[in-house]
Design a protein around this ligand. Structure first.
Ligand SMILES: [Mn+2]
Length: 171
């Protein structure tokens, strides 16, 4: 977990989401709640107009935010595919295929893997990583911002990313 999170519920309830994993899921992670990967995948989207890559929820491959992660370490160690991620140049090949140049560290890797290997990931509901940063609203994406940012339901974990204050009355 990131250090800029605030829980409004028992952390046990987060751990219990491991039970929601499908057999091939090895990592649980929430969607990125800004259109940053719509931006990063711009060229791929341009060349593949019907792609879901970079599209908003609920049907898009939106990209991930790694502020909250559920890592099934046993499955990660046993996964042949994840072993290839660590040992071979698989990430480099995917980056070429998707014209991907990231800048957000580990979540870029998870995002890129999701484009190719959907079922490696359990997608956490947005209420478990409610990101508050609105940087991209004012940097060219006002028209689609809310499609990404919207998160209905009772928030379990607030994420004050890009130094956004978490209001005191929220949890
Ligand atoms: Mn953070």
């Amino acid at each position: 977990m990131d250090s800029d999170l605030k829980f409004t519920t028992d952390i046990r309830n987060l751990f219990n989401l491991f039970h929601e994993f499908q057999p091939n899921n090895i990592i649980g992670i929430g969607r990125e709640s800004q259109p940053v990967y719509r931006h990063v995948f711009w060229q791929y989207r341009h060349e593949n107009p019907k792609t879901r890559v970079g599209d908003p929820p609920p049907h898009g491959l939106t990209g991930f935010n790694s502020g909250v992660l559920l890592l099934d370490l046993e499955r990660m160690r046993k996964s042949k595919l994840f072993g290839q991620v660590l040992d071979e140049n698989l990430p480099e090949n995917l980056a070429k295929k998707y014209h991907f140049r990231g800048h957000l560290g580990d979540q870029d890797l998870y995002t890129l893997l999701h484009m190719e290997y959907n079922d490696m990931f359990y997608v956490l509901p947005c209420t478990w990583n409610r990101q508050l940063c609105t940087y991209w609203r004012d940097h060219g994406y006002k028209d689609v911002f809310d499609l990404y940012f919207k998160c209905d339901g009772k928030i379990n974990v607030y994420h004050g990313n890009c130094n956004t204050p978490i209001p005191d009355n929220e949890g």
